[in-house]
Design a binder for this molecule. Structure first.
Ligand SMILES: [Zn+2]
Ligand SMILES: [Zn+2]
Length: 177
């Protein structure tokens, strides 16, 4: 949706989870995470870049957590307004695709631009209700649900199954036999 070669939505989810839940937010881990989402990382991620990425992830998390549509839009617009944007088509061996940051932008600005635009597409095309924090007790991971059909409330099948089993047991506990 933001160009299949660079999944800004998936990157946003993975980055927020790595930084604000139980993930590894070290420079090396963040570099590997971004490379796995097809960002051109090149040099090892520096401590300053890692700190800037962690800061960005903490700014994005409230967009997922905000239940109110207008609230989520305001939050995303506010953080997006701080990001240098200069959309252009790039190739670098992957075939033509859209970049949102300025040509020659560093890793952090590229990540900011692509994740912000990715989340903006989700809100505009699917509604802010498709961005959320997992409803499973004890799970703080965020998710973006761009599937068709009823909206999800869990970050993964694992959490959905655990919550379903817990609800079933709770019902059984109060049902006379
Ligand atoms: Zn590219
Ligand atoms: Zn979960």
């Amino acid at each position: 949706m933001t160009g299949y070669r660079n999944d800004g939505v998936g990157t946003a989810v993975a980055l927020v989870n790595a930084v604000t839940t139980d993930g590894d937010a070290s420079p090396g881990a963040l570099g590997a995470l971004l490379a796995s989402y097809n960002f051109k990382v090149g040099e090892p991620v520096t401590d300053d870049e890692a700190e800037a990425l962690r800061h960005w992830a903490r700014l994005l998390r409230p967009v997922f957590a905000e239940a109110d549509e207008e609230g989520a839009i305001d939050l995303l617009n506010a953080v997006m307004g701080e990001v240098p944007m200069h959309p252009h088509i790039s190739d670098h061996g992957l075939g033509p695709h859209l970049h949102y940051g300025p040509p020659g932008a560093g890793l952090v600005d590229r990540v900011r631009a692509n994740t912000a635009v990715g989340l903006a597409f989700v809100i505009c095309e699917h509604g802010a209700g498709r961005l959320g924090v997992c409803q499973d007790t004890g799970c703080e991971r965020v998710y973006a649900d761009i599937s068709r059909g009823p909206r999800k409330r869990y970050c993964s099948k694992t959490c959905l199954n655990r919550a379903t089993v817990a609800a079933f047991r709770a019902r059984q506990a109060v049902t006379p036999t």
